[in-house]
Write a protein that binds this ligand. Structure first.
Ligand code: UD1
Length: 428
């Protein structure tokens, strides 16, 4: 398994182009199941997760053509017919979001058998809201031997659904199923994440009638058939936020481009409060810090437009060397502090009690061998490594490869000393 080695101490200076959003790309890819015409997705990130899903979609009947077009990386997905409506465990367990093929499969073929998901080890992460939404749309749901069997032989029917709490995945899943349902569906208490707006925009280009995506109430008027479309994947706000934190951590001046302002306001406010310079530009942001130590600030994760839980680990890294004490509250997932013991190996002083971590800033981190535990936690260790004295080696970086495209190259181009070590570490 590959590892990443970082030699700390270099400032970051330069430009980092932001890729298309992983969390949007995988839902958009699932949308290709809803039509027998080609769906062309541009600004596609090339990641382990998009490859996994490509494999699964191929099994279901898709051709997945990855190429470089005039706008960079693109993928054309074409599902003339569903050849199998079964998503097996070995493919779904590798990536939780592949569970979202269930809705489109039932919507298009009237039935599906999809394994219950695996995914990141950041808490229980059930799919009860997904299933309740599909049931409300008229699907008969049975659970057997780790699989969900869903049936709606006469098609799905529009319904009024109120989510008991906000879920990104359930909102997207309901949307993916309801576009082909007969009649009108109204979803209440929806997640408002930008990726949901992106999915709705793409579905509308395919001929769907979705209104209100990005607000708590989404209205979908079902259509009988969807067609092909071309859609550019929204920029990855989590990647953008990660590099913003990396720049604030290492110091220097980094311009994040190929994105949009406004996607990570909650984070930028905190970075500014901590003492780094933040200048929004037409296609991103410039982060600047010269010399002086940052101040500790408190953070609480929340649903969009709140502080993203996917940026919590990175921000905690930033706070490990800030002046003072920072309180970091995680409100979305239980068990999302697995990076804490790893950061402690680098010399960070952090204590956790329930959903809150208290980070007491230290003057200097020390390089060490550490282990990635989930996707976002793994990048928080790379960020800490940027300032740790000596070398930090992060193992199990397959987590990182799920969601960060060409990380070593992007950081390396700005002066970071980051290299990938291929293969297994030596056994003792
Ligand atoms: C998505 C993102 C993930 C991000 C999260 C929150 C993708 C692929 N992943 O995950 O990166 O961290 O949003 O912004 O887009 N829950 C239930 N029952 C359900 C569904 C969710 O109890 O049926 C709970 C979850 O366990 C969690 C909370 O609801 O505690 C929020 O989860 P949700 O918003 O659904 O996150 P995901 O869609 O899984």
């Amino acid at each position: 398994m590959d590892r990443i080695a970082i030699t700390g101490g270099a400032q970051l200076n330069g430009e980092i182009p932001i890729s298309g959003a992983k969390n949007s790309a995988i839902k958009l890819m699932a949308a290709s199941l809803l039509t027998d015409e080609p769906l062309r997705l541009t600004n596609m990130p090339r990641l382990a997760d998009t490859r996994f899903l490509g494999k699964l979609l191929t099994r279901l009947g898709a051709s997945v053509d990855e190429k470089t077009g005039d706008q960079g990386a693109e993928t054309v997905l074409h599902v003339p017919e569903i050849v199998s409506a079964i998503a097996p465990y070995d493919l779904v367990r590798q990536m939780r979001a592949s569970f979202n093929v269930l809705g489109p499969l039932v919507a298009r073929t009237g039935q599906a058998k999809v394994s219950l998901p695996g995914g990141c080890t950041i808490g229980a992460r059930p799919v009860d809201l997904h299933l309740q939404a599909l049931e409300a749309l008229g699907a008969k749901i049975d659970l057997h031997e780790g699989y969900v069997f869903a049936q709606a032989p006469r098609g799905l029917k529009g319904a009024e659904i109120t989510f008991p709490f906000v879920s990104v995945g359930a909102t997207e899943h309901a949307l993916l199923a309801a576009v082909l349902a007969k009649g009108v569906t109204v979803l209440h208490n929806c997640a408002c994440e930008p990726e949901i707006g992106d999915l709705a925009e793409c579905l509308n280009k395919m001929g769907a009638k979705v209104e209100g995506a990005g607000t708590p109430t989404i209205t979908i008027t079902g259509v009988a058939k969807l067609g092909g479309a071309t859609h550019s994947v929204i920029p990855d706000r989590i990647e953008m936020g990660t590099y913003a934190v990396a720049a604030a951590m290492a110091g220097g001046e980094v311009r994040l481009t190929n994105s949009r302002p406004g996607l990570i306001d909650a984070l930028l406010k905190k970075i500014e409060e901590a003492g780094a310079g933040v200048t929004e530009t037409a296609d991103g942001v410039i982060i600047k810090r010269n010399g002086s130590r940052l101040n500790a600030v408190d953070v609480e994760t929340g649903v969009y437009p709140g502080f993203a839980t996917d940026l919590q680990a990175q921000f905690m890294s930033l706070m490990t060397t800030a002046k003072g004490e920072s309180r970091i509250r995680e409100t979305i997932f239980e068990n999302r502090f697995m990076h804490v013991p790893e950061l402690a190996r680098l010399g960070a002083d952090i204590s956790v009690s329930g959903g809150e971590a208290v980070v007491r800033g230290v003057e200097q981190l020390e390089g060490a061998e550490v282990m990635a535990t989930d996707l976002r936690a793994s990048v928080s260790l790379v960020i800490a490594g940027l300032v740790a004295r000596g070398e930090t080696v992060v193992s199990r970086i397959y987590h990182l490869d799920r969601g960060f495209e060409r990380l070593e190259e992007k950081l390396g181009n700005c002066g970071a000393q980051v290299r990938r070590i291929h293969g297994e570490p030596d056994e003792l």
